[in-house]
Each structure stands twice: as C-alpha cells, then as structure tokens.
Design a protein around this ligand. Structure first.
Ligand code: SF4
Length: 341
C-alpha cells in the first residue's frame, strides 16, 4: 500500500487552531479574566512547574467568575497540593511506558491504541498521563509505516483507537491520511477516537473534520471526556449533532474527582445533560493514582454511595459503569457496588 505522509498544509488556519494558540497558559491572566484575586493564589501557581497550565478561552467562558470552587476551574488550575508525595501515587500508574512498538499500546487482543499526538488542548491536573514521555512515543514517517505494518500483520485486531494526549490535536489532512491507510487493512472495522478537544474548543468539529469522517468505511465512535454538566453548552451540542448526523456514535467517560463531581446530584445532572446532547454515559473512572493528584481522590465507598443513588434515580441506560484501571491488567476492573466495612 502507498504510504505517502501528507505534506504540511499551507492553507489558512481554521478557527480551532487560532483558539488553541490563544489559550490561557499564564495562570495570572486566567485569574484576572475570572476576577479571582491573584495574591491569594501565588502559592498554588508554583505547581505550574510540575505540569503546565493550558486552558482554551471557550472552557474558561464556562466557569463562574470569582469562584475558586467552580468545578471546571478546579480541574485545570494548579494547586499547591500537587507537591504532596504519597508512595501510592506514581508517574506511570497504568504501567504504560513500555510499549511493544513505538506509538502503539496493544493491551487488548482486538484493539490497538495509536498515540496520534502527545499534547492536549487543555491540561487536566488529574491526568494519568501527565508524566508520560510523549516525545519518546511521537512517530516520524518511518515510525508510522511500521505502526501500520504492525496493525496489518495482526488479524485479531478489528478496532483502532486514536489516543494521545488528544488525537484531535493532529491536523485533519494527517488524520484523513492515517484513516485512509487503516481503511486498507481489511480486518479493521471500527475507529474510535478518545478526545476532550471538542469539549474545550467545540470549533474543532469543523467542515474539514466532518468531511473525512463521513467518507470513511470504518464505523466511527467518539469517546468524549466530560466530567461535569457545566461543560456542555449549546455550542458543543450543535457540534455533537453534526457528528450524529454523520453516523458517529457518541459515548462519554468521566473521572470521579473530589471537589468537582463527587456527589450524586452532580453525576445525575451530568448523565441527564449528556443524554440531552446525544451522548451516552459509558464509564465513570476512579482516579488513577498519578503523582500530583492525591487531592482529587474519592474513596471507594463514597463512589459506591453515589452509584447507589444514581441507580435509584436514573434509568439504567444513563448509569455509567464504575471502573478502576489497574496497572498491568488488560482491561478495566468494574468495582463491586456493595459498601465495604
Ligand atoms: S485531555 Fe485527557 S489526556 Fe489530555 S490532559 Fe486532559 S485527561 Fe489528560
């Protein structure tokens, strides 16, 4: 098969790239925009040295002004607690940093995950890949050819997952090329994208993106990452409608985060709002124990109580599966829902 990597496009940048380029990466500027006194946050800002801050304007617009307890603000603003050391919290909680083939994670027999892009449009402070060595896993032209050969040679694979970082950070001409190459491998029938980018920059779903996904023979699934109902506004809903009109199945996974969404009310509101947006709740993850994120931890019994309330108050199809990822294990581990003494 012809494997010609597309040349860089010299077209005028689309809106999403401009929005990305003008994201907040200076905590003081974000605080000023949100009317939060900078002097009260000086200590917290030092945690930016552990993981840079990055927040697109659209996501900042969804936060309530002057409120340091805002559930969106708490996900992205550095906190001094990130310096806390706990031996249970490590830089590689899912033991992913050894891969069989550069740029590919192949944990499941039928699915392989491609690390399409290292960066993200937003830096979530609880991210389990906040220490991941993306540089070592970014593929050059030869690397992509080898990754595609690896997929072609394993006929047990039927699904490819675009991951990262955030795979939608890649430009559409590259994604269209990669997808076309995968389409030529007969045993691959599904393409799944794990992304948070449309949530923080809905304009990422533009005409160019819709063009290549609508032309593919592969069944398309987008797994969004939305943690709180306030992340879903009318702009995002209109973009998600466009995807549904083009036969993209929309699912959501979220992370249970202390101070952000660890109440039954918050989880129920999220499920209801997802459904209004045409997205089915899929997984609710326990926090991965990544270094720097101890303050986000929710204990298992509290998670079980939240689930019990959701089961009581929501139809079954709006209740996500509560799971934990355990480093080295091939799949997610469902949590049993009985309270433990
Ligand atoms: S968008 Fe996903 S991969 Fe990127 S920082 Fe947030 S949680 Fe991590």
């Amino acid at each position: 098969m012809a494997k010609i990597i597309p040349k860089k496009s010299i077209s005028v940048e689309s809106n999403w790239q401009k929005e990305l380029a003008t994201s907040f990466n200076d905590p003081q500027k974000l605080l000023k925009y949100l009317n939060i006194p900078v002097e009260e946050q000086i200590k917290n800002i030092t945690a930016r040295s552990l993981f840079p801050m990055r927040v697109p304007q659209h996501f900042a617009n969804l936060m309530s002004k002057g409120d340091t307890q805002d559930p969106l603000f708490k996900q992205i603003f550095p906190l001094y607690d990130e310096f806390l050391e706990d031996p249970e919290y490590t830089v590689d909680p899912l033991l992913e940093q050894e891969t069989p083939q550069q740029g590919i994670l192949h944990k499941y027999q039928t699915r392989a995950l491609l690390m399409v892009r290292g960066g993200c449009a937003v830096n979530c402070r609880y991210c389990f890949r906040r220490h991941f060595p993306y540089q070592q896993n970014s593929l050059n032209k030869q690397g992509w050819i080898e990754a595609l050969d690896y997929i072609a040679q394993d006929s047990k694979l039927n699904e490819i997952i675009y991951s990262g970082g955030d795979p939608l950070m890649a430009k559409d001409d590259f994604l269209a090329w990669l997808t076309k190459e995968i389409e030529q491998i007969p045993h691959i029938t599904r393409l799944r994208m794990h992304t948070r980018l449309p949530v923080v920059i809905p304009n990422r779903i533009d005409a160019q993106f819709v063009k290549w996904i609508s032309q593919s023979r592969l069944k398309m699934i987008m797994v969004l990452h939305i943690n709180h109902a306030n992340e879903i506004d009318t702009k995002l809903i209109s973009k998600l409608n466009l995807l549904r009109e083009n036969q993209v199945t929309l699912l959501n996974q979220s992370v249970l985060l202390a101070g952000v969404n660890n109440t039954a009310e918050s989880q129920i509101a999220l499920s209801e709002r997802l459904f209004e947006a045409g997205v089915m709740p899929y997984y609710l993850h326990m926090l991965d124990k990544v270094k720097g994120a101890t303050h986000f931890d929710v204990n298992e019994n509290q998670a079980r109580e939240i689930m019990a309330e959701m089961i009581k108050r929501l139809p079954g199809f709006l209740v996500p599966k509560l799971v934990r990822e355990i480093g080295g294990q091939p799949g997610k581990t469902p949590l049993d829902l009985h309270l433990h003494p």
